[in-house]
Design a protein around this ligand. Structure first.
Ligand code: NAD
Ligand code: UDP
Ligand code: UDP
Length: 320
């Protein structure tokens, strides 16, 4: 059996990763999460599994565990959540990374870092390739996350070079799917929840800004391929989907799938909101032999089912 640590394992991506690892039948998974943005509901179905263990812990404090592999997924990810406590966000990126890197160094275990497209900031290169250094405001409202994740990448590369640590950095682009937090303010969850409640869809700016949305199953597959790769790939490697949509197009698509006439409410654009974002996936395609497979319409249908289920269980008003 392989002992695997997943930090942030009760979150959206982390819980799907735990599921996939448990399905392999050769992994014992330790999920470490402080439940800041994660939810026990995401892992309830695993709590009685003999190969799964949940530890409530904040990774900004040291933790000593004997494991073979580590996935560092812990960090609030949506702007609403990471700006709620910016100092804690930075501590999670920096102190948290140092602790998991220290752990990985002690146990000689390969470690994955969930990095982000936000390291490119408001990009001046389009689509974004891994060798683009980014355009990030160091002192703005998004900086705790953007600069935090950039510092984390630096730490991962320095532990790699200085201590020969096996690291894998994946730069994750906007991902959606079941178990997204209904109140995290991200565009996909916002638009679906608003439509379910028959509230107007809130479009920031004119809705002409673009994003490329990856379905969670495709993303987890890429992360696993990177970690399992025989060449011990270090990255960074972009992972996401390269079909680009404007925010207005997304709103129209969600309304269409849900059979509701679109009703938009235009609001001011948040500061430092990137205008365009699309990953260049050449590296991921070539090195991981991987391809995002789920079309936006199909992935949205699954996500809408999940939020309909939440609504029918009165879970849409819960947290935050
Ligand atoms: P999420 O908020 O659902 O999950 C993050 C998890 O980390 C939560 O369960 C939270 O409770 C936990 N956490 C936060 N701070 C912690 C701490 N100090 N100690 C222990 N646990 C802590 O977000 P997600 O969308 O699942 O994102 C997972 C990772 O992927 C994050 O690192 C995020 O930055 C990265 N990422 C996500 C996206 C995306 O579109 N979802 C895009 C780019 C990068
Ligand atoms: N650390 C941890 N778990 C471990 C090993 C280390 O949390 O299993 C923490 C430890 O507290 C330290 C950090 O990781 O603060 C960095 O470890 P490293 O060995 O790089 O640094 P050092 O201990 O030499 O300061
Ligand atoms: N957005 C929007 N309405 C919302 C939530 C988000 O128009 O209710 C926009 C937001 O301004 C951004 C895009 O959708 O341009 C994606 O936002 P999200 O917070 O999901 O992710 P990120 O900005 O981190 O890519």
């Amino acid at each position: 059996m392989i002992q695997v640590l997943v930090t942030g394992g009760a979150g959206f991506l982390g819980s799907h990763l735990c599921d996939r690892l448990i399905e392999r039948k050769n992994c014992q998974v330790i999920c470490v999460d402080n439940l800041f943005t994660g939810q026990k509901e995401n892992i309830y179905h695993l709590l009685n599994n003999k190969d799964f263990e949940f530890i409530r812990h904040d990774i900004t404090f040291p933790i000593y565990l004997e494991v073979d592999k580590i996935f560092n997924m812990a960090c609030p990810a949506s702007p609403v959540h990471y700006q709620h406590d910016p100092v804690q966000t930075l501590k999670t990126c920096v102190h948290g990374s140092i602790n998991v890197l220290g752990l990985s160094k002690r146990v000689h275990g390969r470690i994955f870092q969930a990095s982000t497209s936000e390291v490119y900031g408001d990009p001046t290169v389009h689509p974004q390739t891994e060798d683009y250094w980014g355009n990030v405001n160091p002192i703005g409202h998004r900086s705790c996350y953007d600069e935090g994740k950039r510092s984390a990448e630096t730490l991962f590369m320095d532990y790699h070079r200085q201590y020969d640590l096996e690291v894998a950095i994946g730069r994750i682009f906007n991902t959606y799917g079941p178990r997204m937090h209904p109140n995290d303010g991200r565009v996909v969850s916002n638009f679906i929840v608003q439509t379910l409640k028959r509230d107007p869809i809130t479009i920031y700016g004119e809705g002409k800004q673009t994003r490329s949305f990856c379905y969670v199953d495709d993303l987890i597959e890429a992360i696993l391929r990177m970690m399992d790769h025989r060449d011990k790939l270090t990255g960074p490697i972009n992972i996401g989907n390269d079909d680009e949509f404007t925010i207005l197009e997304l709103a129209e698509l969600i309304s269409d799938i849900m059979g509701v006439k679109p009703n938009f409410e235009f609001r001011p654009m948040p500061s430092d909101d990137p205008v365009q974002r699309r990953p260049d996936l050449t590296k991921a395609r070539n090195m991981l032999n991987w391809e995002p497979k789920v079309a936006l319409r199909d992935g949205l249908k699954e996500t809408i089912h999940y939020f309909e289920w939440m609504k029918s269980n009165d879970m849409l008003e819960t947290v935050y």
